[in-house]
Design a protein around this ligand. Structure first.
Ligand code: TXD
Length: 309
């Protein structure tokens, strides 16, 4: 039997994730949305592209969660995206209600699923999903870090005119403007970024990375990024299904790592068939530790606002 991945929310990120994931040919895909016909239409269109791509998978769209039964991975993208002027935190209450419903509706059909959450505010929605589904923290992961790191890699590549393949960037912390790009661990072919780039240029890159989501929201004016987020989710789903033991930055539940406890937070994790196999801890500078604390306080504050049991 093929692996099965259900993507909840067939909007920009959900449909784009389905597109990237279909190209990997690692799983059958189910798209679910509340809007009548939306998931069905996009699923059928994507399915009809498969003969051209030479890919044999099933892609189904539905408004009914029964279609998700027996999923290996559930991806949650349902919720409102930002508009210009909005912060991710402005989405908190509306998206919490949606994510709660999605979590309840999916867990009953796929009690063993691993969850990958995308909906913002990301760290809080991932925490909420873990609580509502009752899954172990290892099986509930949020996507943010691959995207934030990829943005930083893009900007470094543009500045240095070096292949993106040579550039490794690591961004820790909450998925907000307080995220912490690590400039001495990030590197170009092994050479730390803070040795290769003058500090003013590096600062600009760090600042643009932090505000990378907002930059796209301001350009699009009617939603947020979807190509890079969709491929980021796809990388996580493939790492899980293919049991790759791949280390990527993602939002994981911290239980004392980095001196933080009881929150979801961006950290390097090792992903495999059981979900988060390991959380990797970097040695941080005092400045970075303090920046992480600020970022963590923001996430903890939002979790508290939801008044979860
Ligand atoms: O890296 C990241 N974590 C992010 C997160 C990168 C990009 C976007 N990020 C967040 O994902 C964004 O801030 C939003 O909170 C979500 C979804 O963004 P998207 O751009 O996909 O929004 P759309 O296009 O509006 O799609 C959302 C879909 C839409 O089709 C709704 O009808 C559907 O969600 N929706 C639902 N589906 C199922 N069930 C319920 N209850 C529901 N409510 C809305």
């Amino acid at each position: 039997m093929n692996n099965k991945v259900s993507i909840i929310g067939a909007g920009m990120t959900g449909a784009t994730t389905a597109h990237w994931l279909a190209e990997k040919e690692v799983a059958d895909i189910v798209l679910v949305d509340v809007v009548e016909g939306l998931a069905q239409g996009k699923a059928l269109d994507l399915l009809e592209a498969m003969p051209i791509a030479g890919i044999d998978i099933s892609i189904v769209g539905s408004n009914d969660y029964q279609a998700t039964e027996g999923s290996d991975v559930v991806v949650i993208t349902a919720g409102l995206p930002r508009k210009p002027g909005m912060s991710r935190d402005d989405l908190l209450f509306a998206n919490a209600e949606i994510v709660k419903q999605v979590a309840l509706n999916t867990i009953k059909y796929s009690p063993n699923a691993i969850y990958v959450v995308l909906t913002n505010p990301l760290d809080v929605m991932t925490y909420l999903t873990m609580k509502v589904t009752g899954q172990s923290p290892q099986k509930v992961i949020g996507q943010a870090g691959i995207l934030d790191s990829a943005r930083m890699r893009t900007f470094v590549a543009q500045e240095l005119k070096v292949s993106v393949e040579n550039i490794n960037c690591y961004v820790l912390g909450g998925h907000g403007d307080d995220m912490v790009p690590l400039t001495h661990i990030s590197n170009v072919a092994g050479i730390p970024l803070d040795e290769i780039l003058p500090s003013d240029k590096l600062e600009k890159i760090v600042d643009r990375t932090r505000k990378g989501g907002g930059e796209i929201v301001n350009l699009l004016k009617m939603g947020s990024a979807f190509y890079a987020p969709g491929l980021s989710v796809t990388q996580m789903v493939c790492a899980i299904l293919q049991n790759k033991h791949l280390i990527v930055p993602a939002a994981a539940y911290l239980d004392g790592e980095y001196g933080l406890k009881g929150i979801y937070f961006g950290t390097p994790v090792q992903l495999g068939r059981s979900g988060v196999e390991k959380i990797i801890e970097y040695k941080l500078t005092e400045v970075e530790k303090n920046m992480l604390k600020v970022s963590a306080a923001g996430v903890a504050e939002n979790i508290a606002k939801l008044n979860l049991p």
